[in-house]
Design a protein around this ligand. Structure first.
Ligand code: LMR
Length: 293
């Protein structure tokens, strides 16, 4: 299985690769992509991957040539994006990141395995995923998901800490302060909404290890032969919640059945509209940036 990773010289990637190789034992080819000026660091990472000595790693390639490195990819993990710093919202990054994802969407749709599974992590993840889909002229609309598993894991952990353990926890909407946790108290939703910013405030940089763990959890569920139910941001076409059909929106999802229809309370229906509205505004900003010249 060929796994391509963008932003591969960054810190999420550094945490992700050993976790991924501990979890997935099938034959793997890694394609590490980053900017031209980071190619030296990628070479160092390649050396460390060789030194891990994981027998399932059949090949490692790295560089900045996206066409070559995405070619034939079965899985693509999009980490590469300008990260937010203290005091910023994730949506503030659209100006810098929309064009990158739009460009990469075309390349991915042109050269990757037509059945590729792509996960977008770089923020604003949902709108970046939409730009990836649009860049590829919607050819991969059902194969691109944005990472919501970090929010789901945060919600689950908050419920565990409050001794309200639940088997399944789902989050709806945007990976932003408008997200909400299904059937949870406002304290749990607030916790999830603020957690990313709290981590940035405390560490000076955004979550890396927990994001890496969430990516592996998400991929494992998505690729599982058994049915798995989890939160994922998906292309919203024909969703059963009446959400605008051209967004990448977090819904409860089954890797075998697609979007799951769960009952929403009146308050949840109102929160759904707020997070949908925010995503429509992000889409508008991204499209203005992309198509204004
Ligand atoms: C997170 O939720 O921790 C990441 O999306 C990073 C961020 O900017 O919050």
């Amino acid at each position: 299985m060929k796994i391509a990773i963008t932003g591969a010289a960054g810190q999420i990637s550094y945490a992700l690769i050993p976790l991924l190789l501990e979890r997935f034992k099938f034959p793997i080819e890694l394609s590490l992509i980053d900017l031209e000026e980071k190619v030296g660091q990628l070479r160092g990472l390649e050396m460390e991957i060789e030194d891990f000595c994981f027998p399932q790693v059949k090949k490692v390639a790295s560089g900045s040539d996206e066409k070559t490195l995405f070619k034939g990819a079965d899985v693509a993990i999009f980490l590469g994006a300008k990260p937010r710093g203290p005091g910023m919202e994730r949506g503030d990054l659209i100006t810098t990141n929309a064009a990158t994802f739009y460009r990469q969407g075309k390349i991915l749709a042109d050269v990757a395995n037509p059945n590729v599974k792509a996960i977008v992590v770089g923020n604003p993840a949902n709108t970046n995923a939409l730009m990836l889909i649009r860049g590829g002229e919607y050819r991969l609309k059902n194969q691109i998901q944005a990472l919501m598993r970090l929010d789901q894991n945060r919600a689950k952990s908050a419920l565990n800490l409050a001794a309200k353990q639940r088997e399944e926890v789902f989050v709806f909407g945007n990976h932003s302060p408008t997200i909400f946790v299904h059937e949870a108290t406002s304290e749990v939703t607030e916790f999830v909404r603020k957690r990313g910013a709290e981590v940035i405030k405390a560490r000076g940089v955004s979550s890396q290890a927990s994001a890496a763990k969430a990516i592996v959890d998400h991929l494992e569920d998505w690729m599982s032969k058994d049915e798995r139910r989890y939160s994922a941001a998906l292309y919203s076409e024909k969703n059963p919640y009446g959400v605008d059909e051209d967004l990448v929106f977090s819904f409860p999802y089954s890797n075998k059945k697609g979007i799951l229809k769960l009952p929403l309370s009146q308050q949840e229906k109102e929160m759904l509209l707020i997070t949908e509205d925010e995503m429509k505004k992000e889409r508008q900003i991204a499209c203005t940036i992309l198509f204004s010249n």
